[in-house]
Design a protein around this ligand. Structure first.
Ligand SMILES: [Zn+2]
Length: 280
């Protein structure tokens, strides 16, 4: 096997550009075209609806909400794709990114529904988010609270984790995309490389290899132990709300491709100017 040398080593990640091809503009648009959903004339009268479900309560009693795009009727086999954000309550723009994403999904024709059930959780940790704090109540790090082999026997400690585990029992994940900030790198778990590479190529974020420190009880470790594919996406640094449209712009096509398994043609068009105009 080819030995991969780490070209850029920062304290947490080793980024190996050799593993990811950076594309010219022409190559990038060719890639987008090749990943575009094969639906030429979608009927626009009926738009995709997202169904909001409360899958539990936070420790402070706030609703934990997942927005679900149903699979097309009769589609088999259904694949459950999760997009989650703000596991850490201070990574606020990860939530805004999924809010923008949901707005655009609702502009799409229902003809784009396929065999994916898309579960979007923009605000995984509402208690931390309202306090602008990484942790949930009782200082629980929700990305260290999963019942993994390397974690304490007391996991899960938080209601948020129990609720998410029970949602995953109901809708077993094919793949999870877990959005964080601020390291600007795509980190697929072992076995999730193709999802990770595609996300990195479409977003132009570097592709990295696991964090360089132990993360006992993380969702990533739990997913690996349960043979679920998972990609942690560390988005750009800025936590300022004003930067959210720019951060969304970086990952928009990668998110559509992750969720639908292809890029709906209407999503090619950026709405960046609209979001910039909306800012107060
Ligand atoms: Zn985080």
């Amino acid at each position: 096997m080819k030995k991969i040398f780490c070209l850029i080593c920062i304290p947490l990640f080793c980024v190996t550009p050799s593993e990811k091809k950076y594309l010219s503009s022409w190559e990038h648009s060719k890639l987008i075209e090749s990943l575009t959903c094969k639906i030429d004339t979608p009927l626009d009268e009926r738009k995709i609806k997202t169904k909001a479900i409360s899958y539990g309560k936070s420790q402070k009693g706030k609703n934990l909400v997942a927005y679900i795009v149903r699979p097309e009727k009769g589609a088999e086999p259904v694949q459950n794709v999760y997009l989650i954000a703000a596991q850490h309550g201070d990574e606020r723009n990860s939530k805004v990114v999924l809010d923008y994403f949901l707005r655009e999904v609702r502009l799409l024709s229902r003809d784009f529904q396929n065999n994916h059930r898309i579960l979007v959780i923009p605000l995984y940790n509402p208690d931390g988010y309202s306090r602008r704090n990484r942790l949930a109540l009782n200082k629980t790090d929700l990305n260290r609270d999963f019942p993994t082999d390397d974690a304490g026997a007391e996991n899960p400690k938080a209601l948020e984790t129990e609720a998410f585990l029970s949602l995953m029992r109901k809708y077993p994940p094919k793949v999870i995309f877990n959005l964080h900030q601020p390291f600007r790198v795509v980190l697929p778990n072992k076995g999730s490389d193709s999802y990770g590479k595609e996300f990195a190529t479409l977003s132009d974020y570097p592709l990295g290899h696991g964090v360089g420190y132990p993360t006992p009880g993380s969702l990533g470790t739990w997913a690996a132990e349960n043979e679920i594919q998972i990609v942690t996406v560390e988005m750009s640094r800025s936590m300022r709300k004003a930067m959210a449209p720019f951060i969304y712009e970086e990952v928009r096509l990668a998110l559509f491709n992750a969720a639908f398994g292809c890029i709906p043609r209407p999503a090619h068009r950026s709405r960046l100017e609209k979001y910039l105009d909306e800012r107060e």
